[in-house]
Design a protein around this ligand. Sequence first.
Ligand code: ZN
Length: 167
Amino acid sequence: MGGLGPDEQEVLRRWKSIKHIHAFLTREFNLLNRLCFENRLSLTAFSLPPMRLSRRPLENHLGAAFYRPAHRDCPAEIGIFPHLLLNREETRIALAHEMAHHWEWSLPEEKDTESVSMEVERLLKENLQDPRQAEGFRRHHSPRFLGKIQEVAQSLHIPVGKFLFKL
Ligand SMILES: [Zn+2]
């Protein structure tokens, strides 16, 4: 296990094998797909990138996982930084966030555009006070995405802020 940091070693100790982690992520994906996305999403590939590749602080959900849309022969992919797997609820929240990106990329826009609630607007203002950070966040999180994440939060009975930043 050369090259693994302490958190990664702990993740493997807990989960025993990468196969178990993949099975867990697939189960969670299928469950969230039914609960929040009308079962319309196609399963993505999963990857567990080494944590040293995370460019953002890991305490923040924005640095905990990522989504990469399908490209040529490569299927869409959700990457989960391994430290997240030490907490099942955090994993579910991050997975739901990335699935909302997958939903936005892979399903065509329907006629009603989602509207962003006052609560989400307030959370964005409070948490993204640095204008550059705010601009970066909004570039990657459209009103359509934000509208969807509100619905996801509601159906899982988890405060929406947890899907955007760790509060
Ligand atoms: Zn995102």
